[in-house]
Design a protein around this ligand. Structure first.
Ligand code: HEC
Length: 203
């Protein structure tokens, strides 16, 4: 092959890449690539409203979205008052889940102890309150759930990122952080007292 043929072939091939063209590309094996169909959001004169997408039949619910009891999803009782307690059994499993989720979603700002020295804060985000301080302690469980869901003042809400059951687990973990930072030596079970390091011992 002489040089000019090679160069011409290269130029031809390069024309196959990326240039816009009004011509449909040559389609050797069409399979089922081209079908008469309506795509989402397109118009369809067949229906009275002119839309290809059909609205859901009234009352349609996706699986798992019945929410017959709304309290676990709103944090409020039917009267609109915040729930005082997490509406699930608080056991070790729930706390472990809460710790894990808190460390993922909340600690970037609140840090792992809740004091508010998270990495995001160090980079200039407005300093959050201390989660172990009296004000946060006075919030009802449903209120903390509501804050985790919808945010408060400078804090964004996390209801779209964190499923409701996990938000409750996080609420339970916030209580652990509060309790663990205000313990007395007498709160430590007798058989564990010997394992407290002197500098760690609560006053
Ligand atoms: C992007 C940073 C950020 C993240 C992430 C974040 N927070 Fe906050 N949080 C804040 C800030 C800032 C405030 C203070 C809001 C204000 O007063 O303007 C706050 C306040 C709060 C308060 C109110 C405390 C009080 O005493 O009033 C609670 C409770 C709380 N956060 C819980 C959470 C939980 C639970 C999570 C995880 C789901 C979380 N936060 C994630 C920034 C954050």
């Amino acid at each position: 092959m002489n040089k000019s043929v090679a160069i011409a072939a290269l130029l031809l091939l390069s024309a196959c890449r990326g240039q816009p063209s009004d011509e449909a590309p040559f389609h050797l094996i069409p399979d089922m690539d081209h079908q008469p169909k309506f795509k989402a959001m397109s118009a369809n004169p067949f229906f009275a409203d002119g839309r290809a997408m059909r609205p859901l039949v009234e009352g349609t619910l996706a699986q798992g979205q019945l929410h017959a009891d709304e309290a676990p999803f709103t944090g409020r009782d039917p009267g609109g008052n915040f729930l005082t307690r997490v509406p699930y059994a608080v056991d070790e499993k729930l706390l472990a889940r809460g710790e894990e989720r808190f460390n993922i979603f909340c600690s970037p700002c609140h840090d792992k102890t809740g004091s508010g020295a998270g990495l995001v804060i160090k980079h200039g985000y407005p300093l959050p309150v201390n989660l172990a301080a009296d004000h946060a302690k006075s919030l009802r469980d449903g209120e903390v759930f509501d804050i985790a869901s919808n945010g408060v003042r400078n804090m964004p809400g996390y209801r779209t990122q964190i499923p409701a059951a996990d938000r409750w687990a996080i609420v339970a973990w916030v209580r652990v952080l509060q309790r663990s930072q205000a313990t007395k030596v007498d709160d430590v079970p007798a058989d564990k007292k010997g394992s407290i390091e002197p500098e760690m011992a609560p006053q």
